[in-house]
Design a protein around this ligand. Structure first.
Ligand code: AGP
Length: 596
């Protein structure tokens, strides 16, 4: 995915575009660029991050322009492949997020017509098509261009002799920020919070004409659309680093608040019997990618334990290949961004199959929110670090709430049981605070991981997915190869890989899996692997078998994934920090993956 932005107004466009691109950088950061209309149209773009672009770029005066930060999908990261792209006349520039599927055929045709291409990207066909169709009306040229292309896009076009930007959207996010005498269009609201909190979400198939004093949205047939702006509650400060060395650390520390906010109101709805769903489903299917998939796996344990409803979990990228074997399961799609292409495709397929759909997302106005029957919003606030942290633990909250709601509907939970569990949920921010207080201890414990090439993460039952998540976190930010394993599976193969150079992180809390976990840890110790065990405060038996232990507070075992997750987040953070890794922007990754 990429981040795009366009500005029209009285300010220097360069400042607004760079400021917005910095906030969109989580969407991609291998190259970036801007195009600004001053006395003529000027483009500056390069390989590398926005900070480099800002330092290297000369002052480009002008009040109208577009910008882009890239996560390469078609063509390697390079100056040539960076956006914006210019047409052959140098009059028009385009920025794009998405994939033009028929770009090869279009490129060949356009070259035959005399257009000269300068990059390897699919996007470049857009600017040449715009050039071909431009007859004095930028919006009309855009409409013609859209007829020629197959694929997905959020795109913005600027032209040297026009005082407007035109934009279009299909399956990639696009939002307009309405200011006073100025307007912004961007991939997400964080890019505009410095200037306005009034947002107009653009829908699939719509196009936009944006001037400093006016924004017009057109539907697919070219008919103007009336839409009221949404007031965004996220603030600029929410999206700032606020004194923390990395966004990831800030976001880990924001979890008590994020969880509190995500429960607030929802617990009242739960009490009133109006949360998330109205009917008891025969079965539940949870569908997601990456970290959200791990939250879904935890969700399966929760739903089956609390509501006794058969629950399956699917990777969103695999869902489309699975035969439809259940009678319309309640299909729950977890995606913090609400924009993950595989999860969106799964949502569409679920609807096609006639399944009731519920999305759990953190982004109001995101694509998924508009495509499903019901939405539950986690209230984690903006998450900038590529590694999901607070959006994960708030997804866990959504799973607990869903489990309890289903338990109410299926009469598998009595009032007292509901009351007891919800009061423990309310106490969760306090428990997380206790884990966060252990920062220095955790930092010291990560010493055994810092120079490892491989590591294993072991857990059982509801904390098997917790350790999958721990391994994923370590992989993505520290570049250490880490495998999450169900501890009982170790002896069925991976034990062959253990030796003194392969550390093992194991979750061993005092639930029904405790004795088995202790036995598994002893098996690991017998192979000389260094062991970092996460246990309950004061567990001397665990301390006796592990090399190092860090502890989490004792909670109801069904809630244990929450403090344990915060612990594995801290472990990966401190390990990556000691290794000097670019924690918020790991190589090759982007915050949400809008290609499938
Ligand atoms: C999380 O740390 C990862 N960056 C990634 O696995 C992510 O969870 C996945 O791409 C799904 O994203 P979503 O929740 O926005 O759909």
């Amino acid at each position: 995915m990429c981040g795009i932005i366009g500005y029209a107004g009285p300010r220097e466009a360069q400042e607004v575009l760079l400021d917005g691109l910095r906030r969109l950088e989580y969407r991609g950061y291998d190259s970036a660029g801007v195009a600004i209309v001053g006395s003529d149209l000027k483009v500056f773009k390069d390989k590398g991050e926005i900070s480099k672009l800002s330092t290297d770029m000369p002052r480009l005066a002008g009040h109208l322009g577009v910008g882009h930060t890239r996560w390469a999908t078609c063509g390697r990261p390079s100056q040539q492949n960076a956006h914006p792209f210019l047409d052959c006349t140098g009059q028009m520039a385009v920025v794009h997020n998405g994939i033009i599927e028929n770009h090869l055929a279009l490129r060949e045709k356009l070259i035959g017509e005399g257009h000269v291409f300068t990059s390897e990207t699919d996007t470049e066909v857009l600017v040449h098509l715009m050039e071909k169709h431009y007859k004095g009306d930028l919006h009309a040229a855009l409409k013609e261009t859209l007829k020629d292309i197959k694929g997905t896009y959020a795109m913005v076009v600027v032209r040297a002799d026009c005082d407007e930007l035109v934009a279009a959207r299909k399956e990639n996010p696009l939002v307009v920020g309405l200011g006073v005498g100025e307007n912004i269009v961007a991939s997400d609201v964080t890019a505009m919070l410095n200037y306005t909190n009034k947002a107009l979400y653009i829908m699939d198939g719509e196009t936009v004409v944006l001037r400093p004093d006016k924004v017009t949205i057109y539907d697919h047939d070219g008919v103007p659309v009336q839409r009221d702006p949404v007031v965004v509650t996220w603030t600029v400060d929410d999206a700032k680093r606020g004194g923390f060395e990395h966004y990831m650390l800030k976001e880990i520390f924001e979890q008590p608040t994020a969880i509190h906010n995500s429960l607030l109101g929802s617990l009242d709805e739960l009490e009133a019997g109006s949360l998330m769903i109205d009917h008891e489903p025969a079965s539940v299917k949870l569908v997601a990618c990456g970290t959200s998939y791990h939250a879904s796996m935890v969700g399966k344990y929760i739903i089956e334990a609390l509501a006794k409803i058969p629950t399956t979990v699917e990777l969103a990228s695999e869902y489309r290949y699975m035969p439809n074997t259940e009678e319309s399961p309640l299909t729950v799609l977890l995606t913090q961004s609400g924009e993950t292409a595989d999860t969106l495709a799964a949502a569409r397929e679920a609807r096609r199959r006639g399944c009731p759909t519920l999305a759990v997302t953190n982004v109001v106005g995101s694509t998924i929110a508009r495509e499903v029957d019901r939405v539950f919003y986690t209230k984690a606030g903006p998450e900038i670090g590529v590694a999901a942290t607070k959006t994960y633990t708030t997804q866990l909250m959504a799973m607990y709430l869903l489990g309890i709601r289903l338990g109410q509907l299926c009469h598998t939970m009595g009032r007292d049981e509901v009351r007891e569990l919800t009061s423990e949920l309310r106490a969760m921010p306090r428990y997380i605070g206790k884990v966060l207080d252990r920062g220095p201890e955790v930092e010291a414990a990560t010493e055994m991981l810092v120079s490892a090439r491989d590591a294993f993460y072991l857990g059982r039952n509801i904390n098997y997915p917790t350790m999958l998540e721990g391994a994923l976190k370590l992989k993505e930010i520290s570049y250490i190869h880490a495998e999450g394993y169900a501890a009982g599976e170790l002896k069925h193969g991976p034990l062959a890989l253990l030796d003194a150079s392969t550390p093992v992180v194991a979750a061993c809390i005092k639930d029904h899996t405790y004795a088995k976990m202790l036995a598994n840890i002893s098996e690991v110790a017998a192979r000389d692997s260094p062991i970092l065990a996460i246990g309950i405060e004061g567990d001397s038996d665990l301390a006796a078998v592990a090399d190092t232990t860090v502890s989490v507070p004792a909670v109801n075992p069904i809630l244990s994934p929450v403090p344990l997750t915060v612990m594995v987040q801290l472990i990966s953070y401190y390990t990556a920090r000691k290794r000097g890794c670019p924690i918020d922007k790991p190589r090759n990754l982007a915050k949400s993956v809008t290609v499938d």
